[in-house]
Write a protein that binds this ligand. Sequence first.
Ligand code: IMP
Ligand code: MG
Length: 179
Amino acid sequence: MIIGKPFRTVEEIQRRVRELAEKISSDYAGREILAVGILKGSFMFFADIVRLIQVPMNIDFLVASSYIRTKTTGDVKIHADVREAIEGKHVVLIEDIVDTGLTMKYLKELLMKRNPASLKVCAFLDKRANRKVNLQVDYVGYVIPDHFVVGYGLDYENRYRNLPYIAIFKKDSAEGIQA
Ligand code: IMP
Ligand code: MG
């Protein structure tokens, strides 16, 4: 497998994750949070950030999908719901990337119906220019232009999630992916 050069390196990712964790730790000082990882994409970011957040927390996951190849369908499927009660909790949704915002808007509305004490969104990547809905993303690692990216949990047809860095995916490359 030929892998393109990093668009965000391992070192950049580590530094930015640490900064986000510090911000969340200070914003939630004295409170307990429920960190909900949106799978599959957030598994690596989730594991990295929860280790660095300094407030008490409970963790849970929600498995959702809305993507077919490189286009969002807007039709979000919940494959596995959170098991923890949401009511009265300070919930932080941890997501790999927000693109059109359709997935996150749907998930936020779904969880808001369960009366959390608060609900915030932390996304490692934000393709803000593509937004189709009005959505507040409270913590953002990097705002990126409209490239399809893989690695650090992000996939193209379920591949490349295990890359430790983020690369730009170009399907027309004969050798695989290139940066
Ligand atoms: P949205 O509903 O358009 O905001 O899409 C959000 C979901 O699409 C994310 O949770 C990702 O799983 C996926 N996605 C969006 N952009 C990319 C990308 O560049 N690479 C890989 N997955 C992406
Ligand atoms: Mg995702």
